[in-house]
Write a protein that binds this ligand. Structure first.
Ligand code: GUN
Length: 289
């Protein structure tokens, strides 16, 4: 059996068109959603992600402001910048591209972003609300993954979902969202012995480790839905995921490609959160008026 390829690019395009129409409507009512993206340093991967985020905003009609800072910026200076953006009326969402240089505490920076402008969903208040199922900004990549799984027509409820990786950005939050969708969730990581024994039990397998081709066909049960979050550059500058696509697609029922799977969904969910932030602000202003 050969798996169906989950076309994240097409799904993202469809959702972005819905977002564009919503932004048009918001603009007619006098509000243009605005996103500030802060990039510290010269990391090439971060630079290309930030460029893609700004381009996606432009295409959706969202105002975007990219603020580039030298690697030498102090934590104090960065916190001051965030404070200014928290108070900026044109900015509804703030995203600080991670990772940050070692001399800056990512936790301190994330906590400085006003939770109502935290469109990444990284602030502990948003994380806490996500865990208890309360309204919040959902983190973009995990939210995009859930959307992709749902759009395969797979019901998550009652399934065994196995997540490989426990990062704060993907592994932990996607595990929580899968649990919220009533999956039975196992989380595997670098200390898990006999990884394959667990991953072979998965109806839904999400891999977010950052290690090229670490999941082969022998890790996957026939018919599993496989979501590959890895983005790894290998020889020849080629991008590959954490899953050996060519062999796993012969076993799985659905699989995401890299590139063109989860990646486009992350930015789409960021746009969605930014529009939500603008709508929230408009509601608050109406209540105050
Ligand atoms: N670095 C890698 N992924 C992300 C993300 O989703 N948000 C931010 N802010 N930085 C990242």
């Amino acid at each position: 059996m050969s798996a169906k390829i989950i076309d994240g690019k097409q799904v993202a395009k469809d959702i972005r068109e819905e977002i564009r129409l919503e932004v048009e409507q918001l603009k007619r009512s006098g509000v243009q959603p605005g996103l500030a993206v802060v990039l510290v340093g010269e990391d090439p991967a971060s630079q290309s992600y930030v460029k893609a985020k700004a381009k996606a905003c432009e295409e959706a009609g969202i105002y975007s402001r990219v603020i580039r800072k030298s690697e030498a910026i102090t934590e104090q200076e960065l916190l001051k910048l965030i404070q200014e953006l928290n108070e900026d009326e044109l900015i509804h969402g703030i995203l600080v591209q991670l990772p940050l240089p070692k001399h800056i505490s990512e936790d301190a920076v994330i906590q400085a972003i006003h939770p109502e402008k935290d469109v990444d969903g990284f602030h502990p208040i948003n994380v806490g609300n996500m865990v208890i199922g309360a309204p919040c900004y959902l983190p973009c990549t995990p939210h995009g993954i859930i959307e992709l799984i749902k759009r395969t027509g797979t019901s998550i409820s009652g399934k065994h979902a196995v997540v490989v990786g426990r990062s704060n950005i993907v592994g932990k939050p996607v595990s929580m969202l899968l649990l919220q969708e009533n999956a039975t969730v196992s989380v595997c990581h670098s200390r898990t012995p006999d990884l394959g024994a667990i991953t072979r039990q998965a109806d839904i397998l999400v891999v977010a480790v950052g290690k090229a081709n670490m999941i082969g066909a022998d890790h996957v049960a026939p018919g599993a839905v496989v979501i590959d979050v890895g983005v790894n550059r290998v020889e020849g500058n080629k991008l590959v995921g954490d899953v050996c696509f060519d062999e796993v697609k012969e076993v799985a029922s659905f699989i995401t490609p890299v590139p063109g799977g989860v990646g486009p969904m992350t930015i789409t969910m960021l746009l969605k959160n930014t529009v939500e932030a603008a709508k929230l602000k408009r509601i608050q202003e109406k209540q105050e008026a």
